[in-house]
Write a protein that binds this ligand. Structure first.
Ligand code: UDX
Ligand code: UDX
Length: 464
């Protein structure tokens, strides 16, 4: 069969996989191929058990795979055969050299650009889908411009705004699609070609275009603003605990101001995920680079409050449980960085578990989707950790429950049954404010929410 367009994506991760599956699903007359330097990833995408858990993804893969969506290993050949190439490789925080701990590590992006250069025999549109520091397109352009002969490359920026857990819904009905390009004749032509793809299912007014630098920077800033809201409400949760105000009531009152809005005002143990921390630190690094110290400090404080919130949570567990956790069994309910995903990258649960182990607690981890990743994250940690998917078996014999992920199933647990199986006095630390605190207190638990008065049978023990 002859396809109208041939699209390639390099990088079959959480972003590349779902976003290309949606293009293939919405454009049956386009051929979409995804390649990855990791052949195991490709095998997984071609198997019955996809490497990424995302509600609704299985169905779309079933409808498209082998028809117009292909997962392939012959990267070089695919570069030759496709004219439109998305780059969706990872851009982790640099761990070495200049900018270590803050700057984005661009080695994979650069390697990919060189790979494209080496194997191209015709003009290509190269689209940055990964989140990148502003001005990365310039580096890509410079590498690609060293092409010999007549081959030309047009670099576009098309950052992905989907969130994990709701990726398919976000991709199907995005708030906006952003496409940045050079404002030259060839840049505008390439931009129009990408607009055409999204116009198949996204209303015209939601497809916005801009210069390429605005597009790159917008993605970093969007994530920084969202993370800032979480850190803002979390900072106020600490004040609520001191003043008997209730964070949910404060968030509702503030969020109903239409100028503020109600989303991203849920207090908890702090944000996780592959993007927020990485992107803010990247922004901080850029500001430092351009000599904007005050701006850098301002954004860095968003990350600091996030760390503070996690420290506060573990200090509260320690203080409330009579200042010793040694030998006590603590059941962690939820390890992924948020509900509806098995992803544990930068999950606050990693840090909190380590802190508990450092106090010589025994930790039982329960999660419906993230146990495999949890075991990988904690592989190097000494101490007593067990992994039990069933929350009832996990909680049995424990001194405390710590709810770290807002999985729906934890709201509906039979806490009466759990209470009976636990060591008394039994504690619940609700790091996501998702359960009925009063009901659990009446059952017999001592209950510690975030940003609300604790429901405890003891005098305040926390000396911290
Ligand atoms: C990543 C970044 O974290 C995010 O900032 C960016 O917006 C998109 O890419 P994600 O898809 O979640 O997001 O990352 P990951 O699941 O690690 O996928 C990246 C894939 O690229 C991996 O499968 C990796 O094997 C592949 N890769 C990496 C290549 O194919 N070539 C490389 O040179 C490097
Ligand atoms: C985020 C952005 O939302 C998305 O647009 C971007 O493309 C990638 O980064 P994601 O990391 O998948 O997506 O998750 P998101 O839903 O934004 O949640 C991030 C973190 O903030 C989670 O740990 C979540 O639990 C936390 N959060 C979110 C809160 O603690 N409170 C809130 O009110 C909202």
């Amino acid at each position: 069969m002859k396809f109208k367009k041939n699209i390639l994506c390099i990088g079959a991760g959480y972003v590349g996989g779902p976003s290309m599956a949606m293009i293939a699903y919405k454009c049956p007359d386009y051929r979409v191929t995804i390649v990855d330097t990791n052949p195991d990833r490709i095998d997984a995408w071609n198997s019955a058990e996809l490497p990424v858990y995302e509600p609704g993804l299985d169905e779309i893969i079933k409808k498209t795979r082998g028809k117009n969506l292909f997962f392939a290993k012959d990267i070089e050949n695919q570069i030759k055969e496709n004219d439109i190439i998305f780059v969706s490789v990872n851009t982790p925080t640099k761990t070495f050299g200049a900018g270590a701990g803050k700057a984005a590590d661009l080695q994979f992006v650069e390697k990919t650009a060189r790979q494209i250069l080496e194997h191209s025999q015709s003009p290509k549109i190269v689209i940055e889908k990964s989140t990148l520091p502003v001005k990365t397109a310039l580096a890509m352009e410079r590498i690609l411009a060293s092409a010999k002969g007549k081959i030309t490359f047009e670099v576009l920026s098309n950052p992905e705004f989907m969130a994990e857990g709701t990726a398919m819904a976000d991709l199907e009905k995005p708030d906006r699609v952003l496409i940045g390009s050079r404002e030259t004749q060839s840049g505008l032509k390439a931009r129009a070609e990408l607009v055409d793809i999204y116009a198949r299912w996204v209303p015209a007014e939601k497809i916005i275009t801009s210069n390429i630098w605005s597009s790159e920077l917008s993605k970093l800033v969007a994530n920084a603003f969202l993370a800032q809201r979480v850190s803002s409400i979390n900072s106020i949760s600490a004040l609520c605990e001191k003043t008997d105000a209730d964070i949910s009531e404060v968030a509702r009152a503030v969020g109903m101001d239409s100028r503020v809005g109600s989303k991203f005002l849920k207090a908890g143990i702090g944000f996780g995920g592959s993007c927020f921390k990485k992107d803010i630190l990247n922004l901080v690094y850029l500001c430092n680079y351009y000599g904007l110290q005050e701006v850098a400090d301002y954004w860095e404080s968003v990350v600091k409050i996030n760390e503070y919130q996690q420290d506060r949570f573990t200090a509260n567990i320690l203080g409330s449980m009579f200042n010793t956790l040694a030998g006590k069994k603590i059941c962690i309910l939820g390890f992924s960085f948020k509900a509806d995903t098995g992803d544990t990258r930068e999950s606050p649960a990693i840090y909190i578990t380590r802190k508990l182990l450092a106090e010589h607690a025994q930790v039982v981890i329960s999660d419906p989707k993230a146990l495999k990743n949890a075991a990988i994250d904690l592989a190097s940690d000494k101490g007593k950790i067990s992994y039990i998917e069933d929350p009832y078996s996990a909680a049995s014999g424990c001194h405390a429950l710590a709810i770290l992920t807002d999985w729906e199933l934890y709201r509906k647990l039979d806490f009466q049954k759990i209470y009976k199986s636990m060591v008394k006095p039994a504690f619940i630390f609700d790091g996501r404010n998702i359960i009925d605190h009063k009901k659990c207190f009446d059952i017999g638990f001592n209950v510690y929410p975030i940003g609300k008065p604790a429901l405890s049978r003891f005098e305040d023990q926390s000396s911290v």
